[in-house]
Design a protein around this ligand. Structure first.
Ligand SMILES: C[S@@+](CC[C@H](N)C(=O)[O-])C[C@H]1O[C@@H](n2cnc3c(N)ncnc32)[C@H](O)[C@@H]1O
Length: 398
């Protein structure tokens, strides 16, 4: 991978360009979304991140688009630092709650840390102009198009895929529906809305309200749509990583931390956030650590918004009311009755234990080797799955 340390970052360039352009008086200072959309329009470049000794160095890079495929082949196949970072930064574990599996940090990290930078393990092309039934058939066809060992690897990775057989030319209606539901549940829509991307680690992240989420997501505009998960709060080793889904699906889920059904935290959580902020301030730590400023979260999340806003059915509203009541009372109980607390909390009022920073990883973490799924074996011409799928749909896309 070419060293690009000295070159200015794409975003800096964009900011520079925006600053140089004469701006009409009525136009406000460009916000984060403007900068991102400018960046996305910079067709010939891509941002690359590199990690050295477990620390993220946002590597400013301006890479010609032609060389991106080459670099990614290198990353997919070799002992990439990027993969190492993902592997060591977070692990999938059973939350032992109704949330099922979740993603947990393996070390103590501060806000703004880029936790994951991951390529999709699988991406389904989602034609926009077809109805749900046809989309299900389309996804079924794409699944049947995969090689058996790719299907097997995915089935092993995601327990919810175990009812979907491998090596078949077609699926039964039940299997097809299971596959479709899996795709809807685990995928992040690409920024252009054309692909539903499923990631080994990022697709395991559970939902929290905006105030309680400790990370935000962003996705590369270009294929293969690498997802970037950045922390907005300090996390402790063993703490669950949570993002605000900001989708219709997310609006039906209770926040994993405070139980709020809206995108705002409960008052109790707000109070805890405030107390935590002051605790850190008094301790001379970075004050912005505790509470993500809503503005930041909104900026990043809105960029990823899949739907304009939640529109709940009567049944969903009734469920929401029921959950709200149950979860609110749950706060009165201890950890056993209150399964959304973080592992370090024995009660909702307890502050996280302090650990010195920078964190030096413990020997167990360094020596643990969590296999990373590589569904697409690297070849000289890129991934066979993607190539085959592209050929299949060539000429059919509008
Ligand atoms: C992207 S998956 C997350 C990983 C999933 N928990 C697993 O077991 O693999 C999204 C699904 O996780 C569950 N989930 C996520 N956040 C949740 C929450 N706060 N409360 C309850 N369930 C949640 C929901 O079933 C949702 O459809």
């Amino acid at each position: 991978m070419a060293s690009t340390q000295d070159s200015p970052s794409v975003r800096d360039n964009v900011i520079g360009q925006i600053a140089q352009e004469p701006r009409p008086a009525h136009q406000s200072i460009p916000n984060f979304r403007d900068i991102l959309s400018q960046e996305n329009r910079t067709q010939s470049s891509s941002s690359i991140f590199v990690v050295v000794d477990g620390k993220e160095i946002p590597k400013p890079a301006k890479v010609p688009k032609e060389s991106i495929m080459e670099m990614e082949t290198e990353v997919e196949g070799g002992d990439s630092i990027d993969e190492m970072r993902n592997e060591f930064a977070a692990v999938v574990q059973d939350t032992k709650t109704r949330r099922g599996y979740g993603l947990y940090a393996t070390s103590d990290l501060l806000p703004d840390h880029l936790l994951l930078s991951e390529q999709p393990a699988l991406s389904f092309w989602m034609p926009r102009d077809v109805n749900m039934a046809n989309m299900r058939k389309e996804i079924e066809a794409q699944w049947c198009d995969l090689l058996i060992h790719e299907q097997e690897a995915l089935r092993e990775e995601f327990p919810k895929l175990r009812s979907v057989p491998s090596g078949r030319r077609a699926l039964s209606l039940f299997q097809s529906i299971m596959l479709f539901n899996f795709a809807l549940e685990y995928s992040y829509s690409s920024p252009d809305g054309d692909f539903a991307n499923i990631y080994s680690l990022a697709s395991r992240i559970n939902h929290a309200c905006r105030g309680c989420a400790n990370a935000v997501r962003r996705m590369d505009w270009y294929e293969p749509h690498r997802i970037l998960i950045t922390l907005i709060k300090p996390v402790k080793a063993g703490q669950e990583i949570l993002i605000h889904y900001n989708t219709m699906e997310g609006s039906k889920l209770a926040c994993a931390v405070c139980g709020s059904m809206s995108d705002r935290p409960t008052r109790c959580q707000l109070l805890r956030n405030k107390l935590e902020e002051w605790r850190l301030r008094l301790g001379g730590r970075d004050a912005r650590a505790s509470v993500a400023t809503s503005a930041e979260v909104v900026e990043e999340d809105d960029f990823n918004a899949d739907v304009p806003g939640p529109r709940l059915s009567v049944l969903d509203r009734a469920k929401r009311l029921r959950n709200k009541t149950v979860l609110r009372w749950g706060h009165l109980f201890t950890r056993e009755g209150c399964d959304w607390l973080h592992p370090w909390q024995s009660s909702p009022w307890q502050s996280p234990p302090r650990t010195p920073y920078p964190y030096s990883p413990s020997p167990e973490i360094v020596s643990s080797s969590i296999p990373i799924l590589r569904v697409q074996p690297p070849t000289d011409e890129g991934s066979p799955v993607r190539r085959r799928r592209k050929n299949r749909f060539r000429g059919t896309r509008t």
